[in-house]
Design a protein around this ligand. Structure first.
Ligand code: HEM
Length: 144
């Protein structure tokens, strides 16, 4: 049984999430909830319509999270280097959308049936890049 303190060490978070298959499942649920729950529809609509059912966005987030949780660097392998704040800097993401993204992720984590301490850990950790995204977008919100 994983303790919260060890989740950040090495690939412990990646393994606790169920490895590559677990993370792709989590991300698929995340996007399905975003598509189906009206409260997240605005975030769904912000993603490019580049493939059926946002397949590229699903692939990108899942690959990114594999490395972010200490697993293989699958995003870089396929898409090259990435800075999360920069990747969102053209968008107008405010505190409401940041919290919506995190809440949608929390719903996806709940639907996967992970242990409570793991869900709490991941939600807390994801709040850090989510806030950096909001900060990177701040200039777009004040422009008039
Ligand atoms: C703060 C709330 C967030 C919102 C509303 C949001 C929304 C979006 C949108 C709309 C895109 C598509 C951008 C485009 O191609 O035009 C995107 C891309 C992406 N997001 Fe987020 N995002 C948020 C936070 C995060 C966080 C916290 C992560 C990672 C931990 C993340 C990972 C990614 C990745 C990997 C991509 C693909 C980037 C690329 O390859 O260009 N996002 N996000």
């Amino acid at each position: 049984m994983q303790t919260p303190a060890s989740y950040g060490e090495g690939d412990a978070t990646f393994l606790a999430a169920g490895g590559e298959a677990g993370i792709f499942e989590l991300v698929n649920r995340f996007f399905d909830i975003m598509r189906d729950d009206p409260q997240y529809r605005e975030i769904w609509d912000m993603h490019p319509d580049d493939a059926v059912d946002k397949d590229v966005s699903r692939d990108k987030l899942a690959r990114f999270l594999c490395a972010w949780t200490g697993g293989p660097r699958l995003y870089r392998e396929k898409y090259g280097p990435i800075s999360i704040p920069q990747a969102h800097a053209h968008l107008a993401i405010d505190a409401r959308l940041r919290d919506g993204w995190l809440s949608c992720m929390r719903a996806a984590l709940d639907s996967c049936g992970y242990p409570e301490d793991f869900k709490a850990y991941l939600t807390r950790e994801l709040a850090v890049p989510a806030e950096r995204v909001r900060q990177a977008c701040e200039k777009n919100l004040h422009a008039s």
